[in-house]
Design a protein around this ligand. Structure first.
Ligand code: TRP
Ligand code: SF4
Length: 327
């Protein structure tokens, strides 16, 4: 048995990841690998809650995302890396927990109402979509973890999970610890249009982009709108290029600010320097990614072995759950 405390987290298979995903959840996951016993999975069932109509890209998206995970530094020697639908125990626990969970807890979830409104055009008033946090609670509790590293938007789901755990423990036997949400302090990562970087806005820069595409995307970025001429002083605090420079040119930040405010540098050159810094930061990533892409079997093997290890842990929890419920 590992003496390390355990963490569990999942990501929906959105395909190739972008800078925002990397600087947010993925770096957090990677940084936690050493100190904790970590379980990370592709939440492919969760992808069906809003995307059940067109599943044609599901497998490819899963593969591309896992390649990005590995290339960025998720290490199968340290973390258990697997696909949710390979571990059927999640589904059994989901069913059992659904029996004790009041409908009102799900209907009240802020994420539920929000997304329902956002995706009004699509038919997602389904049982599965309402049950999204229920499935997530099962994903988490099946490993009886200490914590769940997630983005801030997911904290209501972690709180929901704690409530479900409490209710189960109260009704039957204390099987589940109440997991903590672990949130990283991530810098705001703007996309090329200045809004939060997101695949759904189409304003993202993929980690797997070739250098020329990175140069092109950074070149399209919105800068300080008040800076019309090269001789106008700029306002770095409102400029997205500067926000990314803070991350990728961290040691030069003060100089960039001064040069911009005194119009000593033009936006074209400033962007070019940022692009090169991003390309440089992703150099090892690109190399590992190329190797993994050529090597189809390795990724599949990692996922197969991960699922086996996950299943063994999940089975222990389920035995306790069945026992506690007198099944
Ligand atoms: N809902 C999470 C997201 O959108 C993905 C997820 C599914 C998850 N199951 C999980 C995260 C369990 C943490 C733990 O990002
Ligand atoms: Fe932004 Fe750089 Fe232009 Fe200043 S010089 S406005 S920081 S792109």
């Amino acid at each position: 048995m590992s003496a390390k405390r355990r963490l569990v987290s999942g990501m929906r298979p959105t395909g190739r990841l972008h800078l925002g995903n990397w600087l947010g959840a993925l770096k957090l996951w990677i940084n936690l690998q050493e100190e904790y016993e970590t379980f990370y999975f592709v939440a492919d069932w969760h992808a069906l809650t809003t995307g059940y109509e067109d599943t044609s890209q599901l497998r490819e998206n899963r593969r591309q995302m896992v390649i990005d995970w590995l290339a960025a530094g998720l290490d199968p020697a340290q973390s258990v890396i697997f696909v949710q639908s390979d571990v059927k125990e999640h589904a059994e626990l989901h069913l059992l927990l659904s029996m004790i969970t009041p409908l009102g807890w799900l209907e009240r979830m802020p994420t539920y109402k929000e997304i329902l409104r956002e995706l009004e055009a699509r038919q997602i008033s389904t049982y599965g979509f309402l049950g999204y946090p229920m499935l997530q609670a099962a994903d988490i509790l099946i490993y009886r973890p200490y914590g769940v590293p997630v983005g801030e938007d997911q904290l209501p789901h972690v709180e929901f999970t704690r409530e479900v755990a409490r209710r189960f423990n109260h009704l039957y036997e204390p099987v589940f610890p109440e997991p903590e949400g672990l949130v990283s302090e991530t810098p705001r990562v703007p996309g090329i249009d200045g809004r939060r970087m997101s695949k759904s806005f189409g304003n993202h820069i993929e980690l797997a982009s070739p250098p020329d595409v990175i140069r092109e995307r950074v070149g399209q970025m919105i800068t300080d709108p008040a800076r019309v001429r090269r001789t106008d002083p700029g306002h770095p605090e409102v400029c997205s290029v500067f926000a990314l420079a803070r991350i990728f040119r961290a040691t030069e930040t003060d100089g960039i600010r001064e040069d911009c405010e005194h119009a000593r540098v033009g936006c074209v050159d400033c962007k070019a320097a940022l692009a090169e810094a991003i390309i440089e930061a992703l150099r090892p990533f690109r190399q590992r990614r190329q190797e993994l892409e050529r090597d189809e079997l390795t990724v599949e093997k990692i996922l197969r072995e991960g699922a086996e290890r996950a299943r063994a842990e999940a089975a222990v929890t389920l035995r306790r759950v069945r026992e506690a419920m007198r099944l």
